[in-house]
Design a protein around this ligand. Sequence first.
Ligand SMILES: [Zn+2]
Length: 123
Amino acid sequence: MMVADSKLLAIKKKLLKQRQDLLAEAEQTLTSKISTEKESFPDPTDQAVAELDNNFLLKLRGREQKLLKKIDEAISRIDGGTYGVCEDCGGQISIKRLEARPVTTLCIECKTRQEEEEKMQAG
Ligand SMILES: [Zn+2]
């Protein structure tokens, strides 16, 4: 059973919004960082600012970068028609779970098992 198109579209919208928010937030962090640096170095070269722009994505914090990647992957799965399929067992992920956590790639059974395994590894 595939996820209904209307649901899929709503999830995609949500993902795009989340992506936008994440980038806006990161940009804000970066902007405040630049202005802080301007205060300590009153005369920054344009080159330095350009380099900051180039490294924009690299400067995203790890957690944000990971989430952004997950969002991009989820969007491409939606576009490719493979969204909502568990990447472990190949089963259908419930729509409730997808709506609650759109970037998920595992059905609840596989996720629960994975968490239990992680707990065991952590000791
Ligand atoms: Zn599964």
